[in-house]
Design a protein. Structure first.
Length: 291
């Protein structure tokens, strides 16, 4: 039996790609300058305006998806008795995953035969998008839902994320670094190197001096962690700095041959927490061990 693949706008894949592959997504919401904005993966969202607002000091905030919205998101397919596979934004970064699980419990009380599988991707942005893309391919190749659930159980934690930001103010606001560290780092041109850890949370693991060294670090760490690169599609996300994303892509391609490297803008939900200038690289490698 076929199934419905679903995700959320934190996957940062183009809406056109998801529509072409029959993947529905639920949108995160952003608050900025007294307005509520809907992250619809570029369908109507004015990303250039959004980045300009951030550049001029705007500090957007985001909201998790509530239980009611998830119920309405899932319900049409539950009523059709179609199994649902929902790949969710990391539970380590948002309460949306828990809301989705609560929605499933409520729907199961109303519809006894509800079949919804909610997968905590423990990933963000195109790390989540990488898993969505892989599942799209598996589904296209004729794999069953059971096959894909098994694949996800074995491979979700193989996604690696290497991230740097250009503006430390957003990390300070999110509690990732202290106000003093942000001020000193800004003066000394320090750039943090961030990963998504085994709990799906952001972890600042090192720092380098200068943007160029930070970009090289992302490329080097990505290449070092790759397994079976010829079979891999890598993803690079960027917030307002395509040139740096292309530089990282070139640095990777100088060192290793991969199947493909796809470059997409970092979505506004994630950009709200990283600021303009964020660059992130996503690949698959050895499993992140759960501690």
């Amino acid at each position: 039996m076929t199934f419905k693949l679903m995700t959320d706008s934190c996957c940062d894949l183009p809406y056109t790609y998801l529509e072409a592959n029959d993947v529905d997504f639920i949108s995160m919401t952003i608050q900025l300058n007294g307005k509520e904005l809907v992250d619809d993966l570029g369908k109507t969202f004015d990303y250039n305006w959004f980045l300009q607002e951030i550049k001029t000091g705007g500090m957007p905030t985001t909201s998790q998806v509530n239980v009611g919205r998830y119920i309405e998101f899932f319900r049409p397919f539950v009523e059709k008795k179609m199994p649902i596979l929902y790949l969710a934004f990391s539970s380590g970064l948002s309460g949306s995953y828990q809301s989705a699980m609560q929605a499933v419990d409520i729907l199961k009380e109303e519809y006894a035969d509800t079949e919804i599988y909610v997968i905590d991707t423990k990933a963000a942005s195109l790390g989540e998008g990488l898993l969505v893309s892989e599942v799209i391919q598996l589904k296209e190749d004729g794999h069953t839902l059971d096959d894909i659930l098994l694949w996800l159980s074995e491979n979700t934690m193989t996604v690696h994320s290497w991230v740097t930001v250009d503006d430390l103010k957003h990390l300070e606001r999110g509690g990732r670094i202290s106000k003093a560290a942000a001020a000193i780092g800004g003066l000394m041109n320090v750039k943090p190197i961030i990963i998504v850890d085994e709990q799906g949370k952001l972890q600042n693991i090192s720092k380098v001096r200068g943007r160029g060294k930070a970009l090289k670090k992302l490329a080097d760490e990505t290449v070092q962690g790759l397994i079976e690169p010829l079979n891999q599609t890598l993803f690079i996300a960027y917030a307002g700095d395509l040139e740096s994303a292309e530089k990282v892509k070139a640095l990777i391609e100088e060192k290793v041959e991969v199947k493909e490297i796809r470059v997409h803008p970092l979505g506004p939900t994630i950009t709200s927490h990283t600021g303009n200038g964020c660059i992130a690289v996503f690949s698959r490698g050895k499993k992140r061990e759960i501690k």
